[in-house]
Ligand binder design. Structure first.
Ligand SMILES: [Zn+2]
Ligand SMILES: [Zn+2]
Length: 225
């Protein structure tokens, strides 16, 4: 909880296509897509920003390897095939559940042998499955956009929408602000902050809210699932 008070200067909306592309907007494996990679000398290319593929699980199969079928923001269903050393065996089955959301940093489009397209997942360090629906994550992002920062230099109370120069901060998540304890109670009981606060305490989702997406200072990773 040591980073509770750290809200980054700009929080990116998880609806931004630039950082949260649909499958068809992902870079194609081994292509140097200028929307994603940059080079100073034309020979060494590196990512120009962070990006993350977010999509909701619709189905999964465990045969030789784990295959997870997900629906992306454009409504397209693609497969994620686990070509990791463990073939996806260490991914806990309860997580691989319809309605949960997969997040993959720096995802790329892969053409499989049967010519279908999907994601060939080669490591576990850039993938995470959140026990939340995609739309719930997007709506949380909307509320974080609206309430965690300042408007005209003022804080916005999540309980009553009043703008104030000084406000109380939710001590659990650190992202939401209140006029007083009554407004905090309204936020918690009537405006859904109980659930939002719980989601914002998920360290991996929290990390995603803290990334400065426009730029690249090394790959972000997820801890083992
Ligand atoms: Zn208020
Ligand atoms: Zn909170």
């Amino acid at each position: 909880m040591d980073n509770v008070l750290a809200i980054p200067p700009t929080i990116v909306s998880f609806r931004e296509e630039k950082y949260f592309p649909s499958f068809s907007d992902l870079p194609v494996e081994s292509n140097l897509d200028a929307n994603f990679y940059t080079s100073v000398d034309g020979s060494f290319w590196f990512p120009a920003k962070h990006w993350c593929f977010l999509a909701e699980i619709v189905d999964s199969v465990r045969l030789v390897r784990l295959r997870v079928y997900v629906r992306d923001r454009a409504g397209r269903t693609i497969q994620i095939a686990f070509h990791t050393e463990d073939r996806g065996e260490t991914v806990p089955p309860p997580l691989v559940q319809r309605g949960n959301t997969v997040a993959i940093f720096y995802a790329q489009q892969h053409a499989f042998m049967d010519s279908s397209l999907g994601i060939r997942q080669e490591e576990l360090s850039n993938i995470k499955i959140f026990p939340y629906k995609h739309e719930d994550i997007l709506q949380l992002s909307d509320r974080v956009q609206a309430y965690s920062g300042t408007q005209d230099g003022m804080r916005v109370c999540h309980g009553c929408d009043a703008k104030r120069e000084t406000a109380l901060r939710c001590v659990s998540c650190g992202y939401f602000w209140y006029c007083n304890q009554d407004c905090q109670a309204t936020s918690w009981q009537e405006k859904g902050h109980k659930r939002d606060c719980e989601m914002l305490r998920d360290p991996d989702l929290r990390m995603m809210f803290q990334i400065q997406w426009d730029g690249h200072d090394g790959h972000r990773i997820f801890p083992p699932m």
